[in-house]
Write a protein that binds this ligand. Structure first.
Ligand code: FE2
Length: 255
């Protein structure tokens, strides 16, 4: 399919290239859809806050049967004074909420008919992942979720060079991965994040429906430490009234 004809009048104008496959479309920075996640980096202040929260966690406060991770040590932690939500997460929530649909953007930012709904960080936990442990593909039953890589003890280059990986056409030891459906008759698209020690402080923030997985790492007794959380929509009185009045529910999972 030709998207544009070559401009014969101006030799300096680059004609748009042909987009032949759905994969090329998704990877095109101009024509493709925006990634549904945010890839950012926590500040030193945020990292200090998270380490402080981790150090004050109760090791016995284990998340039983609540997480998909095949990981022995996962503990709830508290966001002291709601600092993480107010200073870091709230702006990300509002950005993705406005970007999620035209009606959200129009009602809130253009017509100013209603405020951004209230959200709440309801679950926050730390994973101490050991070698061989992993997180199978899963999603979270919330509105938005995130992961902060606190410590990555391995480098993806070494992990992908292990004997079992080196001849694979898809080496993925130690990687984080998103999996996105592309509709009927199209394969699931995987977006992989190879990780190393330099990713300390990297944060991926995403809608909770987005399926993700973590592959195991090998060859060290050091733990890989990540902090994750779930953010839920709080149904305000006004929204509840609208829902009862109009009989429609435009909201996501509530808790
Ligand atoms: Fe998860």
């Amino acid at each position: 399919m030709k998207l544009a004809r070559e401009d014969k009048r101006n030799k300096d104008v680059e004609p748009l290239k042909e987009i032949k496959t759905q994969k090329e479309y998704f990877n095109d920075p101009v024509l493709g859809p925006p990634a549904p996640w945010l890839d950012t980096r926590a500040t030193e202040e945020t990292m200090d806050h998270l380490w402080n929260n981790i150090n004050h966690s109760v090791p016995g406060d284990r998340i039983k049967k609540k997480l998909a991770g095949n990981i022995l040590k996962s503990y709830f932690i508290q966001d002291k004074d709601n600092w993480l939500y107010e200073n870091v997460l709230k702006s990300m929530v509002e950005y993705l909420w406005l970007r999620e649909s035209w009606s959200h953007y129009f009602d809130i930012a253009v017509a100013k008919q209603r405020p951004v709904p209230e959200f709440r960080l309801h679950e926050l936990w730390v994973n101490f992942q050991k070698q061989h442990e992993f997180n199978p593909p899963h999603f979270h039953e919330a509105a938005y979720s995130f992961v902060v890589f606190m410590k990555i003890p391995t480098h993806w280059k070494e992990q992908h060079a292990l004997p079992m990986n080196v001849d694979s056409n898809a080496p993925c030891a130690s990687d984080f991965q998103f999996l996105m459906g592309q509709g009927d008759q199209n394969p699931v698209r995987t977006i992989t994040f190879p990780l190393g020690p330099e990713d300390k402080g990297r944060m991926l923030f995403f809608p909770s429906w987005l399926v993700h997985a973590v592959y195991p790492f090998y060859g060290t007794e050091e733990e890989r430490i990540t902090v994750s959380g779930n953010i839920y929509l709080q149904e305000s009185t006004q929204h509840k009234a609208e829902r009862l009045l109009y009989g429609k529910d435009s909201f996501q999972t509530q808790k």
